[in-house]
Unconditional design. Structure first.
Lengths: 168, 104
């Protein structure tokens, strides 16, 4: 199982870096979705099954749909995007930075004792549903309020843009 | 010097993901790319939360936090996408520098 987690972690980092450095914004959104799916697999292998389901359905599904709809609403020419934002040139130091950061972190993990994360202990016999519904009730209220605020904010934003379009 | 365990590798990968996300936030002007940078950094944070639960043995509590974090992440992405579309309709591009010209 550990080998699979290592492979998934490598894929996760690679797809995240590709999402950040890709020239096309559509490809970035798709790489981000793949990274989310990989993270979902990691959660599942770490016995966090509910978090895996939410990660795959919400982050890999819903966020990708939002990104692609936002991209499809804009009609910027593909050739112009690279010239205008110059992302490839601006992001060219990221691989070097990641390699240096990775070497520093690995050296820290090897030589600094406090940096190392201890091995996992045996999981406590606790039920996720019990915790979520009984212990963390305030979180559920917060989530409901956040979703309502998000819905209201999006409806206001779209209404404003429609009015602007009508005036224009 | 001992071999690095799986949990430490996860910590290192998470730090590198946060680095990539923050670099994207600093260097790009495309608003959707900025949201992608935030998402990448948030993924590392959710990985850290699950890792903490995995190490302590309280994976159920960690999942409750992660689900809350994911809901907030999705709402933030939706609102930012709405702002991006508004920006595009107003100025014809998704350049974040245009936001400094907004009034009221």
């Amino acid at each position: 199982m550990e080998t699979l987690v290592y492979i998934c972690l490598a894929f996760l980092l690679v797809f995240c870096v590709m999402a950040v450095t890709s020239r096309s914004i559509l490809k970035s959104a798709i790489y981000l979705a793949v990274a989310s799916a990989t993270l979902g697999v990691i959660f599942y292998l770490m016995a966090a099954r509910w978090a895996a389901v939410v990660e795959v359905s919400a982050c890999s599904g819903l966020v990708t749909v939002i990104f692609i709809s936002a991209i499809s609403l804009s009609k910027e020419r593909k050739d112009d995007i690279h010239k205008k934002y110059d992302d490839e040139k601006r992001m060219r130091f990221l691989p070097h930075l990641l390699i240096i950061g990775g070497i520093v972190l690995i050296a820290a993990a090897l030589f600094i004792k406090g940096f190392r994360v201890p091995d996992s202990t045996a999981p406590a016999a606790e039920d996720f549903r019990e915790i979520f519904w009984n212990t963390r009730q305030a979180d559920i209220f917060g989530q409901i309020i956040t979703i309502l605020i998000g819905g209201i904010a999006v409806s206001v934003l779209f209404r404003d843009s429609k009015e602007n379009g009508d005036k224009g | 010097m001992t071999a690095i365990n799986l949990e430490t590798v996860m910590l290192i990968i998470g730090f590198l993901m946060i680095l990539a996300g923050c670099y994207c936030l600093i260097r790009t002007y495309h608003m959707l790319k900025i949201i992608i940078g935030i998402e990448v950094a948030m993924k590392a944070v959710t990985l850290f939360l699950i890792l903490a639960g995995y190490v302590n043995g309280h994976i159920g509590l960690a999942q409750a936090y992660v689900i809350t974090a994911i809901v907030l992440e999705v709402i933030a992405a939706v609102i930012c996408a709405g702002v991006t579309i508004g920006l595009y309709k107003k100025y014809g591009n998704m350049d974040i520098r245009n936001l400094t010209r907004l009034k009221g």
